[in-house]
Structure formats: structure tokens, C-alpha cells
Design a protein around this ligand. Structure first.
Ligand code: NAD
Ligand code: TDX
Length: 350
């Protein structure tokens, strides 16, 4: 029996994690605490919103009173912490909100959990979901991020995530507080907010808009389907060793420009357009400030220790993702127009 607090459950990865937990474990209670920022969208959870083992609470992870109440009211035994400001470009223009949510918010959650559990940590777990970006940037060789790679964050986003990882580990070492951390590579799939590369470009292709490739498009990312990430989170929640870190990745490296060309061709094919039509939209623009060159994960620990490997091939995952955005034009229109935000702000106005 677990009463699980999932933070950021209305976001991209969080909504897939919530759906998986709510449907796979009817005996668990799942509480979703989400502030519903621009990135949080309850439409992502429409299909399970009335499930008997699911509760939504609107609120901010920095709010000590509210978070303490959530722990007490729902007798929380486990936390899966995903709430974060998550977009690198936004962190370049507005770094402070990243410090508030990612660093102070995580610290507040840790303290509220520690206080509520009153230092009785049997059958308790604080699972912190982090990113590979904390390790910095790799060269264009065969090197990979392992769990031993030294932290070297280089954007305000990754620095704030690195700081939150350090706080989580500090609680483990100082208080024997029960934690586990995972650091994952770039996710893609349904319900991702169209500011990140893949959904932004699919949306732009659909609308015949330019595809702004930063620099020369030579940067490399390691892409993983969000459902494979949700499976890994499920396995770590149940079988991860306390105090440990697990890297999660897709063994699936792409330069941005090759990926963009593949997306163009996939959409062209699905829309019955001549191959090459959407490639005309590619436009090389000024590089992102401090743009990390390459991320790639060595996921052998989670494979060897917990038996997790990705299920999706990239070809099937990307084709399915393109289909999802083509078939959910209403979702795309709403999140790009902000209509959903107006609706939920009114519904949950305090
Ligand atoms: P997202 O931006 O889609 O969703 C974030 C969610 O957190 C939203 O629902 C938002 O409303 C909520 N939120 C933001 N600030 C909050 C606050 N102060 N209080 C409560 N809720 C708040 O993010 P995502 O891509 O789903 O990422 C989820 C987590 O996974 C993040 O911690 C991110 O760092 C990590 N991660 C993401 C990726 C990726 O490729 N997207 C890869 C590795 C790790
Ligand atoms: O318009 C664009 N043009 C472009 O060339 C955008 C939005 C991105 N890019 C490039 C920058 C990156 O090299 O594409 C690559 C991927 O960009 P993002 O989707 O913004 O992801 P990234 O910067 O790699 O960070 C992501 O990876 C790990 C997520 O945003 C994080 O939340 C996650 O931790």
C-alpha cells in the first residue's frame, strides 16, 4: 500500500507517470500536486481524472503550509518529484524562477516530507526526477555520462536542477532520509509542450512555419520515449536501492539537423506531401547562449541492476508521436493559444 505524492503531474512526463500509476496500481492512492504553470495542463489527464485512486491539488511546491497539509491529509508515504521549470531557453531569460521552483521548491518538499515522516523512514521514499544536463556537455566522441560523472551544469536550468540533486543527496547523508534519484536524457512523445524541439517543430511544420535550428544543428541529444521513462520511474520506485542514482537514456543519439530532417520527412509522408517539402522550412538561426554540444547516457546500471531497457525504437516512437500531434490538433491549438490556461485558472481560482 502506498500513498504517492506526484509533483508536476499535469506536465509532460508527470502526466504519463500518473496515468501509469493510477491504472497499474488501483490499490495505491495517487495525489497530483501541480501549480498549473503554462506547462501544466489537466487536459493531459482527462481520461483518468475521475479514477477513485486519483486526487488533484492545485498548489506550489514552495508553499510550506499547503505542502504540509497535503502530506497530512493524504498520509503520504512516497514522493515522486517531477515539478520543475524545465525549459533551457526560458532559464536563460528568467533564471530566478528556476531557482525558486527547482531549488527552493525541492528543498521545501524535502523538509515537509522529513517533518511529516517525523524521522520514521520505514516504507518511505522521496524519489527525485532529474536530468542528464547536470553532467554538463560531452565532446563529439564516444564518451557517455555515467553515475560517476562529475556535475558540471552550464545553464541556469541545469544549475538549478544540479542544486536540487545536491540538496536531495545532502538529506540522505545528513539525516539518512530515504531518497533515490534518476537522471534522464531528452524525452519525446505525446503531450509535450510545444516549446521543446520535437513538438515545436512538428507544430511549425503543420502550420507551414519556419523551423529555427540553433547554430549549425550539429548538437547531439539522446532521445527517449516518455513512456519508456515512465516505465523506468515505476521500476525505480519499486526496486531502486535507497541512496542510489540511476541514469536513464535511449542509446539513441541524433544531431539536431538529422532529427529535424527526419521529422520533416515523417510529416510529409503522413500528410501525403512530396518528400522534401517541409525541409524547405528549415532555417538556421543564432545559436542558444552556452549551448551544450552533446548529451549521451550510459544506462548500463539500470539495465544490469533493475532490468530496464527502452521498449520503443526511435522510428516507431517518432512516427507514433507525429501521429499523436496530427490527431490532437485541438490540444495543440489550445496550448498554443493559452485557452486551456484561462479555463483552468478560472476553474481553480483561489
Ligand atoms: P514540464 O515543464 O512539461 O512540466 C512541469 C510541471 O511542473 C507542470 O505541470 C507545471 O505546472 C509544474 N510546476 C512547475 N512549477 C511548479 C511549482 N512551483 N509547483 C508545483 N508545480 C509546478 O516538464 P517535464 O518535461 O514533464 O519534466 C518533468 C521533470 O522531469 C522535470 O523535473 C525535468 O527537469 C525532468 N526531466 C525532463 C526531461 C525532458 O526531456 N522533458 C528529461 C529529463 C528530466
Ligand atoms: O527552437 C529550437 N531550436 C533548436 O535548435 C529549440 C527549442 C531547440 N533547439 C535545439 C537545442 C537543443 O540542442 O534542439 C535541442 C533540444 O532542445 P530542447 O528541446 O530545448 O531540449 P534541451 O535543451 O536538450 O533540454 C531538454 O533536455 C533535458 C529538456 O528541455 C530538459 O527539461 C531536460 O532536462
Amino acid at each position: 500500500m502506498k500513498n504517492i505524492l506526484v509533483t508536476g503531474g499535469a506536465g509532460f512526463i508527470g502526466s504519463h507517470v500518473i496515468r501509469k500509476l493510477v491504472t497499474s496500481y488501483p490499490e495505491y492512492q495517487i495525489v497530483n500536486l501541480d501549480k498549473l504553470t503554462y506547462a501544466g495542463n489537466l487536459e493531459n489527464l482527462k481520461d483518468i481524472e475521475n479514477a477513485g485512486n486519483y486526487t488533484f491539488v492545485k498548489g506550489c511546491i514552495t508553499d510550506e503550509k499547503l505542502v504540509s497539509e497535503v502530506f497530512a491529509t493524504h498520509k503520504i508515504t512516497h514522493v515522486i518529484h517531477l515539478a520543475a521549470e524545465s525549459h533551457v531557453d526560458r532559464s536563460i531569460s528568467d533564471p530566478l524562477i528556476f531557482v525558486r521552483t527547482n531549488l527552493i521548491g525541492t528543498s521545501n518538499l524535502l523538509l515537509c516530507a522529513k517533518n511529516y515522516w517525523a524521522d520514521d523512514f520505514d516504507n518511505k521514499l522521496f524519489y527525485h526526477v532529474s536530468t542528464d544536463e547536470v553532467y554538463g556537455s560531452l565532446g563529439m566522441d564516444n564518451s557517455l555520462f555515467t553515475e560517476q560523472t562529475a556535475y558540471d551544469p552550464r545553464s541556469p536550468y541545469s544549475a538549478s536542477k544540479a542544486g536540487s540533486d545536491h540538496m536531495v543527496r545532502a538529506f540522505w547523508h545528513t539525516y539518512h532520509f530515504p531518497i533515490v534519484i534518476s537522471n534522464c536524457s531528452n524525452n519525446y512523445g505525446p503531450n509535450q509542450f510545444p516549446e521543446k524541439l520535437i513538438p515545436l517543430f512538428i507544430n511549425n511544420i503543420i502550420n507551414g512555419k519556419a523551423l529555427p535550428v540553433y547554430g549549425k544543428g550539429e548538437n547531439v541529444r539522446d532521445w527517449l520515449h516518455v513512456k519508456d521513462h515512465a516505465d523506468a520511474i515505476d521500476i525505480i520506485l519499486h526496486h531502486g536501492k535507497k541512496g542510489e542514482t540511476y541514469n536513464i537514456g535511449g542509446h539513441n543519439e541524433w544531431t539536431n539537423i538529422d532529427l529535424v530532417r527526419l521529422m520533416c520527412d515523417t510529416v510529409d509522408q503522413k500528410l501525403g506531401k512530396e518528400t522534401g517539402t517541409s525541409r524547405e522550412l528549415i532555417s538556421f538561426v543564432k545559436d542558444r547562449a552556452g549551448h551544450d554540444m552533446r548529451y549521451a547516457i550510459d544506462a548500463s546500471k539500470i539495465d544490469n541492476d533493475l532490468g530496464w531497457t527502452p521498449n520503443y525504437t526511435f522510428e516507431e516512437g517518432l512516427a507514433e508521436t507525429v501521429d499523436w500531434y496530427l490527431n490532437n490538433s485541438e490540444w495543440l491549438k489550445n496550448v498554443t493559444s493559452g485557452a486551456y490556461k484561462e479555463y483552468y485558472d478560472t476553474m481553480y481560482a483561489s
